[in-house]
Design a protein around this ligand. Sequence first.
Ligand code: NAI
Ligand code: MG
Length: 354
Amino acid sequence: MAKSYKLSIIKGDGIGPEIIDEAIKILDAVAKKCDFTLEYNEYLMGGIAIDTTGHPLPEATVEGVLNSDACLFGAIGGVKWDTLPRNLRPETGLLSFREKMGVYANLRPAVIYDELINASTLKAEVIKGVDIMVVRELIGGIYFGQPRANDGETAYNTMIYTKKEILRIGKKAFEIAMTRDNRLCSVDKANVLEVSQLWRDTMNELSKDYPSVELTHMYVDNAAMQLVRNPRQFDVIVTGNIFGDILSDTASMVVGSIGLLPSASTGDKTAIYEPIHGSAPDIAGLGIANPIATIESAAMLLRYSLNENEAASLIEKAIKKVLKEGYRTKDLADFDAKEVLTTSQMGDVILNNI
Ligand code: NAI
Ligand code: MG
């Protein structure tokens, strides 16, 4: 019997619905081709949830996503909701969602498409062949550490990691390195911070269980510099929440347009797949958003949550082919475009290559 999976879908606000619709189109096509079925259940979050239910993260969304095999997420937020109190804003719903889902590992691949090498602000000879995976710890560290306070004269936050948390993210990173080039660079600030010393000691301890993976360490300031100087030296990078936040943005710009980059947030309960960009209210409804980051996110979902590797490869190959043939959305129109397409036309040409 054909395998069947339950996906939770959160379209969100702005361009969210437009880009998710394209991803679903592609998911349906590969499911048919690879002989499995997908059941979709849609849930509300962000501005649309506020307008409909009065809350940015309805309980039904939390339950629905926890009961699904994986979640495909568009983007949330927009000017309409920017003046609400912080606890009722769309973005607060998103942070709380990630915490409730226990998605401790944020995976952000940064891969260069040869066809778009001129879209990066870095020189082609520096970025050609870049294929990096940043593994960022997502629900610990200084963003969540207690105590935290600001009394107007003095303010502080707490950078805290338990060995258990470091082992959890470390294992994930070693396992990912084993599916790639077997090189893992752990980024910390162990020359200054105790929390980083524990991080480094724990990674070293863990590396004994993964003899095929070469573990190296780098201080975060140097890593920021090396990412721009010679990004090809990296395979997998593992780091804490704040360092990963900064480094993954740097790594993404090595690649070019924000409309191209997918991400996965995974944990023990479920996983969320989403483009790294936001809801782009400036272009919402115009039909010009680039759906590729979301379609790539769907491919990650197939690979990491459903183990449908063939289906994932079909999508990745179709995207490469389409870019090679010169099809571009408006954001990439200046880079060797043969034809500039709308959001749904881009979905269609990818579909035709599945
Ligand atoms: P943004 O990523 O939405 O947009 C930044 C710029 O990139 C804009 O000029 C936009 O038009 C362009 N852009 C983004 N995605 C694109 C795509 N697929 N194709 C073509 N162009 C694209 O970031 P911004 O403007 O800072 O935030 C807008 C809203 O999104 C805010 O409410 C923010 O809080 C929210 N946001 C939500 C996120 C999420 O849901 N995960 C992440 C980041 C921001
Ligand atoms: Mg960030």
